[in-house]
Design a protein around this ligand. Structure first.
Ligand code: SF4
Length: 520
């Protein structure tokens, strides 16, 4: 998963957390890490707002300053301490600092020593107790901790402040039982806990009633889902049931683990186009020797068999992945097998990271000498894979030129007079449209890590129909780069080619499949 960092809020009134009737309670929340963290932040924000807090845009405006943290890599954890150090002077203005999430769970009370201006440390397994922890802070407790060793239930709350106006996240399983040798998640997020299927389906139905057309089912290993209720649905059955909720146009899910990825999931996707044309399936390495040392629980051949199953789906599905380079003991030959894997699968996207030892993990306990791949070699391997992946993406994306994709509109860039959105396969499409943007302010969207631009001053087309974020449009693809497409909104004009009418794919790969055009 691409690590990212996001902050949000609205309005702004200066106050401290120990608020009175005259001083409104305000908070600023900054999020690091994966979609699980982004959604956790939505739930934390919703809980705070239900308890009288108002979100604000800057730390200067806030009484309570929270960092929802990620510790999956050393760099991500260090960034949080850098942010805390940069803003510690604000403590003198009476502001209260809190550290939430994986760094909180991993470091615990040690955070108070490293950053003495912090007053709250709470891991994700303790968010259900957030109102109680906040009450302790408000009562003047200088140091409050919420660190659960044994989380029992998934964090459910009716109070969720949704960050995205058209795509809603729905957690179906939390934690992880897999214990990969390099990963701190089972420690920071606890063991796997699935939500009852009825609770998931009720939340999806309520989101549709609120106007959402796309939901993303979330879990550290989303396909390890096991319904704890008498219905006993497995992941494929739950996915199929969510896809049947009336009014939904798109269902995504992330992240899948190859060990639990069954042909039944592919069959469910093939049977219902509402289930998006995309699977994120981390491979981590293409070498059996490294996969074994990583404790991933599958071999290279088993992974490729799953890829073959995915490509046997009647509807073409895009596949993305995560890769770690420089895992202890990774030889040049191991690395070359990972590079070959990229060519064999032809991923539509890959998040590639350098290994760093993490506390509490099996590989971290191998000792300092075990991290034996020099950083320069890790960097070189990272760059080689990134370059090859970009070349593969460019080559494959070129085959989309001249075709039509359905795009959910997400943002408008007034300077370029261009819209942006995503296809069902999660590809980014920038496009022009004969329809004007609405006069009213567009929703604030962070697309591709960029803040949303200001809305256009006036519509080009005068009164009448407008194009708005959240709409689904047909876009003819004119150009393809490695990471995105450029096209034109057809709006009823021009040819809309089905994939049977498209030019044949030219492919240099020797993989187990021939990529097929997207059926839209
Ligand atoms: S499956 Fe492995 S990498 Fe993924 S969260 Fe669990 S331990 Fe970490």
């Amino acid at each position: 998963m691409l690590p990212r960092h996001r902050s949000w809020g609205t309005g702004g009134i200066l106050s401290t957390v120990a608020a009175t009737a005259e001083t409104p309670k305000t908070f600023y929340l900054e999020t690091f890490g994966c979609q699980m963290n982004v959604h956790d932040s939505e739930r934390v924000a919703g809980t705070l707002m239900a308890h009288g807090y108002t979100p604000v845009e800057t730390m200067q405006e806030a009484g309570l300053i929270l960092f929802n943290t990620c510790s999956i890599r050393d760099k991500a954890a260090q960034k949080v301490f850098d942010r805390l150090a940069n803003f510690k002077a604000l403590k003198k203005q009476g502001k209260t600092f809190g550290v939430l999430g994986c760094v909180a769970q991993q470091e615990g009370d040690a955070i108070f020593k490293r950053a003495p201006h912090v007053s709250l440390v709470a891991g994700s397994a303790s968010y259900a107790r957030l109102p109680e922890l906040i009450a302790q802070l408000e009562a003047g407790e200088p140091r409050v901790t919420g660190l659960s060793e044994a989380p029992e239930a998934a964090f459910e709350t009716e109070f969720t402040r949704r960050d995205h106006p058209y795509r809603a996240y729905v957690t179906i399983i939390e934690g992880c039982d897999k214990h990969c040798a390099y990963c701190v998640v089972p420690y920071t997020r606890g063991g796997e806990r699935s939500r009852a299927s009825a609770s998931v389906l009720a939340e999806v139905a309520s989101l549709v009633a609120m106007g959402y057309t796309e939901v993303q089912l979330l879990g550290q290993n989303v396909n390890s889902y096991r319904d704890p209720s008498p219905a006993q649905l497995n992941f494929a059955e739950l996915l199929a049931a969510v896809g049947e909720v009336r009014g939904l146009k798109r269902v995504r899910y992330t992240t899948s683990h190859p060990r639990d990825f069954t042909p039944e999931i592919v069959r469910a996707m093939g049977a219902n186009p509402v289930l998006c044309d995309h699977v994120h399936l981390p491979v981590q390495s293409g070498s059996d020797r490294v996969l074994e040392r990583m404790r991933r629980g599958y071999s290279r051949d088993q992974y490729l068999k799953i890829i073959a199953d995915i490509h046997a789906c009647p509807r073409p599905l895009a596949i993305t992945t995560d890769i770690i380079v420089g895992f202890p003991g990774e030889t040049d030959a191991d690395f070359e097998q990972t590079a070959e894997m990229m060519h064999a699968v032809r991923y539509s996207g890959a998040f590639i990271f350098k290994y760093s030892p993490r506390p509490h993990t099996e590989a971290g306990a191998w000792g300092a000498g075990a991290d034996d791949i020099p950083d320069a070699v890790k960097t070189e391997r990272l760059m080689i894979l990134q370059r090859r992946q970009q070349e593969l993406q460019l080559e494959d994306n070129q085959a989309w030129v001249g075709r039509t994709l359905e795009v959910m509109v997400e943002a408008y860039h007034p300077k370029l007079d261009q819209w942006a959105g995503r296809s069902s396969s999660n590809r980014v499409v920038n496009f022009s449209s004969p329809l004007p943007a609405p006069v009213a302010a567009l929703p604030t969207l962070a697309i591709l890590g960029q803040p949303a631009p200001a809305p256009p001053p006036l519509p080009r087309g005068g009164l009448g129909r407008v194009l708005e974020p959240g709409a689904y449009v047909q876009v003819h693809i004119d150009k393809a780069g490695p990471n995105s497409f450029v096209g034109q909104h057809l709006d009823g004009r021009g040819p809309q080619l089905g994939w049977a009418e498209l030019p044949a794919y030219a492919h240099s790969g020797s993989g187990p499949h021939s990529p097929k055009p997207e059926l839209r």
